[in-house]
Write a protein that binds this ligand. Structure first.
Ligand SMILES: *Cc1c(COP(=O)(O)O)cnc(C)c1O
Length: 393
């Protein structure tokens, strides 16, 4: 008999009752050190007092009004995002995949309005992940996500990650945009080198293409800049944001330049819940905290500490790990053993990590994690690695 919850997830036998910062407590009272933070969602950890206050204060006044009316909380968050980024305008969604849908629609509408309706092709990269809606799975194109769901939405050209020749060959008169995660998350913490992000920007400028960054996982302070692309000194025309922006409340956004967004006129897009007062009140508080230069500097400092410790962990367990990858607090441990064995051994040591493709164990701790908790995390990962090795993996 099919379970009452549709069985689409491979769940660990763990249920949590409460959280505080980087710690979670199970329903039977065990404490776990959380290096997943959702999947990079709880950017400020669990039950951050300022976010609890922002949410409960708004909850006592007004939860929902339609976008038929002005929503001051939405306006305030949009103003903050515009002031802090390349963008001139923001549309709010409830998730990353909804942001992907709008990014795709915006690209198509842009060229349609420019009198080039044939330019509909969006180039994407192998290993990418943009969500689970029909547009997003067609965009990423992996067999794992698309099998059985055809016919897929047309208009995407998939290029092997890092293959420059294939990228140049994919561009033609119908190409509209390049869509890329500056650091692939689900794909295994695979970073696009800064020179290559610059190269993508140049290529787009040369051919009149829109550059779309998916910063759903790598954005919102995760790498020590507000957005990961800032390290490369280039900016996109359109950017998708979600996960960390709500600190755990469902919230996403598409940010765009005026030129890219100009065709999105009244009636061209909409959402019932997108930009609701609750989500935007929390999002504005997350932005207020994360966009602070001192906060981001502290992320970078802690990330350096964690990376150094992880390099030591890899050196101590060459039979288990191959390397440390990533940037800031978006880190991955390449594995010699099966990555999910390491994640499971972590459960026995009461430390939570997240598997990713490319046989990687992902570490996306709360950006607020303390140095002591980082040291404790390394001790627990060390014990987990020893257990995996002892099991003869
Ligand atoms: C998680 C993720 C998405 C999808 O976000 P949802 O909120 O699950 O729809 C899209 N892009 C990237 C890079 C992600 O990590």
């Amino acid at each position: 008999m099919i379970p009452s919850v549709l069985p689409t997830y491979a769940r660990a036998p763990l249920a949590f009752e409460r959280g505080e910062g980087s710690w979670l407590t199970t329903t039977d009272g065990r404490r776990f050190l959380d290096l997943g933070a959702g999947i990079g969602v709880n950017a400020l950890g669990h039950a951050h007092p300022a976010l609890v206050a922002a949410l409960t204060e708004q909850a006592g006044r007004l939860w929902h009004v339609s976008n038929l009316y002005e929503i001051p909380q939405q306006q305030a968050l949009a103003d903050r995002l515009v002031a802090a980024t390349f963008a001139d305008s923001v549309f709010f969604t409830n998730s990353g995949t909804e942001a992907a849908e709008l990014a795709i629609k915006m690209v198509r509408k842009h060229f349609h309005a420019a009198g080039q309706p044939g330019r509909t092709e969006i180039v994407t990269f192998s290993g990418s992940f943009h969500g689970r809606s029909t547009g997003a799975i067609a965009a990423a194109g992996s067999e794992k996500m698309t099998a059985g769901y055809g016919p897929l939405m047309p208009g995407f050209v998939h290029v092997p990650f890092g293959d420059h020749d294939a990228l140049y060959a994919a561009i033609n008169d119908n190409t509209a945009a390049i869509l890329v995660e500056p650091i692939q998350g689900e794909g295994g913490i695979r970073q696009v080198p800064d020179q290559c992000l610059k190269g993508l920007r140049d290529l787009c400028d040369q051919h009149g293409l829109l550059l779309v960054f998916d910063e759903v996982q790598c954005g919102m302070g995760r790498t020590g800049k507000l957005f990961a692309h800032e390290w490369a000194g280039v900016s996109p025309d359109i950017m998708m944001v979600a996960k960390g922006i709500g600190g755990g409340f469902p919230l996403g956004a598409v940010l765009a330049t005026e030129a890219a967004a100009a065709a999105m006129t009244v009636g061209s897009h909409g959402s019932t819940y997108g930009g609701n007062p609750l989500g935007c009140a929390v999002g504005a508080k997350v932005m207020e905290i994360v966009a602070e230069p001192a906060f981001l500097d502290e992320v970078t400092r802690k990330a350096g500490h964690m990376r150094q410790k992880l390099e030591g962990l890899v050196a101590a367990h060459p039979e288990v790990f191959t390397e440390v990858r990533g940037s800031g607090l978006m880190l991955g441990l390449g594995c010699k053993v099966t990555n999910t064995d390491v994640v499971k051994a972590g459960y026995d040591q009461a430390v939570l990590t997240v598997p990713a493709a490319d046989n990687v164990v992902r570490l996306l701790p709360a950006l607020t994690i303390s140095d002591e908790d980082i040291d404790e995390a390394i001790r627990r990962l060390d014990a987990a690695a020893s257990a995996v090795k002892g099991a003869g993996a």
